[in-house]
Design a protein around this ligand. Structure first.
Ligand code: FAD
Length: 512
């Protein structure tokens, strides 16, 4: 071990970001490093953030978590994708599913063959060609297992929904068992070293001083270290991402227990619906430029499926990112580093990605600037590509029924996004850029789902006869349908494998 090794890591904040960082660090570093997490019971966590994308499974595997135990502890459910209602036009519904679409044939993805037949009016809905989009329509779920490889069942790709506060509690237990020391207290001051401006310590209201070599700022939107102390600027993206408010409220569960998040567009934003075992998490994300808080609250409360379980919580936010998320001896992880509205459930993934990147670029006391620059460059790329994907949801709409949607349809968008839309609009093509998070299946489903129709398709597809393509697509469609037919319902699957001990609160759907 190098004598230059740093010893003391201080994590500031005990929300999802803080405890995910503590869990991952303690798993990798064991007791070779001193890891301290400071949080204040006086300052609530954001308390939302309950829908994920499939990469969370990698995080769980890296921590060696038992999936059933994790779901039981967090009242968790499975998620095969997101249903978007009323986005392209009022009355529309499509699913952005996490699994693949059909199979490749020769050099082309299934989508190209489907596109040709769809343009000829001879292919059914795109949803029928992916198990991740067909199964949710009948609330079916099955975990893919290695022995299912080769069947569409082996292609099922899932994420999770979970209760955010139970998730932090679960990871706290995991971290403390591995040596993380939690300190309760409100931080009132950050002390910088005179010589180089590095963070030396944080001071609690009690007067206790906590010193460290490396600080992870998980203090949420307060950004105590990266913002207040180190003065790293925040880049506001609200000219592209128009929503800046959220209202969250839980309601009782209803049957069926669907294996997807629902996002329903309203006249100045959209509503999330996240089904957990013990309740449904709901929220209305909207633009304060186009809608008042009272109107947004009443839309949300009038669109709950079950009985309201608590008073609404109001959460203002600024969509954007911190320009530098690693500066000197401090890395911002979680909301302190930036925030995308939750339409594609990307923020917990960004936490996970940041943690993995810090571990790969882990510093010694020297804090090499080249490592820090690499970290910041990778983070910026990741944020910008996710940003484009999210803007797509607002831009690609035919809705003209409200000033908000007229604004979104007509707004300027980044050139990088325009390029992807142009490429898809011509011949239905998409190319993933480097390590960008969302790949072809995601982009194609959202662009198609929101009404973008390519003018043509790759002409080389015509080298196969129509009959051959018809048979190829027909076979995919019928095999997927047969597989969905034999899958259990999501509710039955959970009851068999990972039901939480506190019984589910189930009620009949409310009549609106
Ligand atoms: P917080 O939860 O705010 O935690 C901050 C911590 O810092 C707390 O423990 C607090 O006590 C501590 N702290 C702050 N100041 C001090 C101080 N002075 N002294 C000591 N401690 C202090 N993400 C998804 O992936 N999926 C979703 O579905 C999703 N939905 C969302 C919906 C909304 C409306 C919002 C706003 C966010 C959503 N997110 C979602 C994002 C997700 O909630 C966050 O990324 C995640 O919860 C991480 O938050 P955090 O830990 O950074 O901050």
């Amino acid at each position: 071990m190098s004598g230059n090794r740093l010893r003391n890591i201080v994590i500031v904040g005990g929300g999802t970001a803080g405890w995910m960082t503590a869990a991952a660090f303690s798993n990798v570093m064991g007791k070779h490093y001193n890891i301290c997490l400071v949080e204040s019971d006086e300052i609530a966590t954001i308390g939302v953030g309950e829908a994920t994308i499939p990469m969370i499974k990698d995080f769980n595997v890296a921590l060696d978590l038992d999936e059933n135990e994790f779901l039981r502890a967090t009242q968790g459910t499975y998620k095969l994708g997101i249903e978007f209602v009323n986005w392209g036009q009022v009355g529309d519904s499509y699913i952005h599913g996490f699994g693949k679409i059909g199979q490749d044939l020769g050099p082309f993805a299934c989508y190209q063959y489907w596109l040709k037949m769809h343009q000829a009016g001879e292919a059914s809905d795109l949803e029928n060609y992916s198990i991740n989009t067909l199964a949710p329509r009948t609330s079916k779920f099955l975990r893919s297992e290695p022995e299912m490889a080769g069947s569409p069942l082996g292609d099922i790709n899932n994420a999770f929904h979970f209760d955010a506060s139970l998730y932090a509690k679960f990871l706290r237990g995991y971290s403390e068992k591995r040596g993380v020391v939690r300190t309760e207290g409100r931080i009132v001051q950050t002390v910088l070293r005179e010589a180089d401006g590095f963070i030396e310590s944080v001071v609690l209201a009690s007067g206790e001083k906590i010193s460290g070599d490396f600080f992870i700022d998980c203090s949420g939107t307060r950004a105590l270290l990266i913002g207040d102390a180190l003065k790293r600027d925040y880049e506001d993206w609200s000219h592209w991402l128009p929503c800046d408010r959220a209202i969250a409220v839980p309601c009782e569960s209803v049957t069926p227990l669907v294996p997807f998040t629902r996002s329903t567009a309203h006249s100045a934003g959209w509503q999330w619906r996240i089904p957990l075992q013990h309740r449904i998490g709901n929220g209305h994300v909207y633009s304060s430029r186009f809608m008042s808080q009272d109107e947004a609250t009443s839309i949300l409360l009038n669109n709950l499926d079950g009985k309201q379980l608590a008073e609404p919580r109001y959460i203002p936010f600024i969509p954007g990112r911190r320009k530098e998320t690693w500066h000197k001896n401090c890395v911002a992880v979680g909301l302190s580093s930036g925030f995308f509205e939750p339409i594609e459930s990307t923020n917990i993934h960004l936490i996970q990605a940041a943690i993995a990147r810090v571990i790969r670029l882990f510093p010694n006391m020297g804090f090499q600037q080249a490592d820090i620059d690499e970290y910041n460059a990778q983070t910026q790329f990741e944020y910008e590509r996710i940003r484009d994907f999210i803007i797509l949801h607002y831009k690609a709409t035919q809705r003209d029924d409200s000033p908000f949607w007229n604004h979104c349809r007509n707004m300027d968008i980044p050139a990088t996004l325009q390029h992807k839309i142009d490429l898809f609009s011509s011949n239905g093509r998409f190319f993933r850029e480097g390590s960008e998070l969302f790949g072809e299946v995601s982009w194609v489903q959202v662009m198609h789902g929101q009404g973008i129709r390519p003018q043509s398709y790759n002409p080389l597809v015509d080298l196969r006869s129509k009959e051959e393509i018809k048979m190829f697509l027909g076979n995919i469609e019928s095999v997927i349908k047969k597989c969905v037919d034999v899958m259990p319902t999501h509710e039955d699957y959970i009851a068999q494998h990972c039901a939480a001990s506190v019984p589910q609160v189930m009620a009949s759907p409310s009549v609106r």
